[in-house]
Design a protein around this ligand. Structure first.
Ligand SMILES: Nc1nc2c([nH]c(=O)n2[C@H]2C[C@H](O)[C@@H](COP(=O)(O)OP(=O)(O)OP(=O)(O)O)O2)c(=O)[nH]1
Length: 223
């Protein structure tokens, strides 16, 4: 298993940085979020900061954990640690002969995205704080309670969950996020990390930073 740090860098206008994979690597020419493999004793943030500096000449000032997902390629079994950041300095320079650019959520990259990233790129526009303009639909008595977020540009589907089993079901059903009760949050992590973007229900907006440090992508503030 190879651990990989992956960065979702979000510019002020909401655009996200994507780049193509340079020649010589597996899936050369496919587009992806910037990042790369962790070196020995490196944290995910440090690995991401190093890759952004080396590959794109960007300085990463801060990043927050988002979610972790695994994928088995022909060349490797990878564990991708996604982090989000609004705090970085510099203009990306493609130092390894790759192409790169800032993309809005409804824009397509010139080439195909890596298979894993196709589903994830839509999540990049999930809001920091969950806005409760949602329709709730109960799929069945035993299935998850799903929350459909309607938005003119993006369309995500999330689920309210209470158990780790439900988190894993939400992942398997390709939901984009889950909403959990604050007291359940820690118990729903797998090896200390969320498997899916996670919002904490009714957490006060003032606690946003605390939840983000723990890997909650956003919170629904107290009414
Ligand atoms: N950087 C990055 N890698 C991703 C993404 N999605 C995804 O499945 N991967 C996979 C592809 C690769 O198997 C692995 C990253 O390895 P890599 O070969 O690009 O990493 P690296 O730059 O450290 O490589 P190296 O040349 O130093 O060996 O993670 C993504 O969005 N960004």
């Amino acid at each position: 298993m190879v651990d990989v740090a992956v960065g979702v860098l979000i510019r002020e206008d909401g655009r996200v940085l994507l780049s193509s994979r340079p020649e010589g690597k597996p899936y050369a020419g496919y587009w992806e979020f910037p990042g790369g493999k962790l070196e020995a004793d490196e944290t995910v943030h440090d690995a991401l900061a190093r890759e952004l500096r080396e590959e794109l000449g960007l300085e990463l000032l801060d990043s927050t954990p988002w979610f972790v997902t695994e994928h088995r390629y022909e060349h490797a079994h990878v564990r991708l640690h996604f982090r989000r950041s609004h705090h970085f300095k510099g203009t990306p320079e493609c130092r390894e002969g790759q192409q790169c650019g800032w993309f809005a959520s409804n824009e397509r990259t010139p080439g195909l995205l890596l298979p894993v990233d196709q589903a994830i790129v839509n999540r990049a526009s999930l809001p920091e704080v969950f806005d409760d303009r949602t329709d709730t639909l109960t799929l069945s008595r035993t299935a998850l309670q799903a929350t459909v977020v309607r938005d003119r540009k993006a369309r995500w589907v999330g689920a309210r969950v209470e158990t780790l089993d439900d988190v894993l079901k939400a992942v398997a059903m390709a939901f984009d996020f889950v909403i959990v009760e604050p007291e359940n949050f820690d118990a729903l992590l797998v090896d200390g990390e969320p498997r899916i973007p996670t919002y904490v229900n009714r957490a006060p907006a003032a606690d946003l930073e605390k939840w983000q440090k723990k890997g909650a992508h956003g919170v629904k503030p107290e009414a």
